[in-house]
Design a protein. Structure first.
Length: 211
């Protein structure tokens, strides 16, 4: 079998593609090679997209709000506000705008004052007497299947009216922006029946709930 002809260049000598001697056959072979290359490229790109979707699906966070009352014995019950991650990947919570009956709330004491008539304490001892037992931040990283209790109030002697109002509080709404580990981001109202809205990013919010 004859070896393919050689083609000499400035820097090297390399085999030159053998021609069949029939122009239309050579064209078919050339176009077939190009078509195969293009198809292979599209397959590689499509496979890359599919793999990213699979990774995104396996790291997708889903946030919801929950309010629960814990305990049955008067005087020792707790009312807890929680945000849970029901997804399969961690959520990076970037901002959380909290409203009570349409009014923006920036802190736990602003919320307790507006909803329940709680007096603002002047020291830590005053906070303890008020029944406040939890003050976790909303903004941060929340692992999959985990939750954060960002406000919890224990029923104590002297705070019965505040606790009663807090335990039946209505009108609390949220606008939370969070991202996955792949930097896919969403805006959500934390309702379990609402599909989060995809957004390009989560910019800082001056009106975000801080503590």
């Amino acid at each position: 079998m004859a070896e393919p002809p050689l083609e000499a260049g400035v820097d090297e000598v390399r085999p030159h593609a053998r021609r069949t001697g029939h122009q239309w056959v050579d064209l078919v072979v050339a176009f077939s090679a190009i078509a195969i290359s293009v198809i292979s490229l599209f397959i590689a790109v499509d496979n890359g997209r599919t793999e990213r979707k699979l990774v995104a699906a396996s790291s997708w966070p889903f946030l919801v709000f929950d309010k629960e009352n814990d305990g049955l014995v008067p005087g020792s019950r707790m009312a807890i506000l929680k945000i849970g991650n029901g997804g399969v990947g961690p959520a990076r919570i970037q901002s959380a705008v909290v409203r009570l009956n349409g009014r923006i709330i920036r802190s736990r004491w602003e919320l307790l004052s507006l909803c329940c008539g709680a007096a603002w304490p002047t020291d830590r001892e005053g906070e303890v007497r008020s029944g406040l037992i939890n003050e976790n931040h909303i903004v941060g990283v929340l692992a999959a299947k985990d939750s954060v209790s960002f406000l919890a109030l224990r029923e104590r002697p002297g705070n019965a009216s505040v606790w009663d109002a807090f335990s039946v509080m209505r009108g609390l709404t949220f606008q939370v922006c969070y991202c996955s580990v792949l930097d896919d981001c969403w805006l959500t109202d934390l309702k379990s029946t609402t599909t989060p809205t995809p957004v390009r990013a989560c910019p800082p919010r001056r009106d975000s709930y801080t503590d």
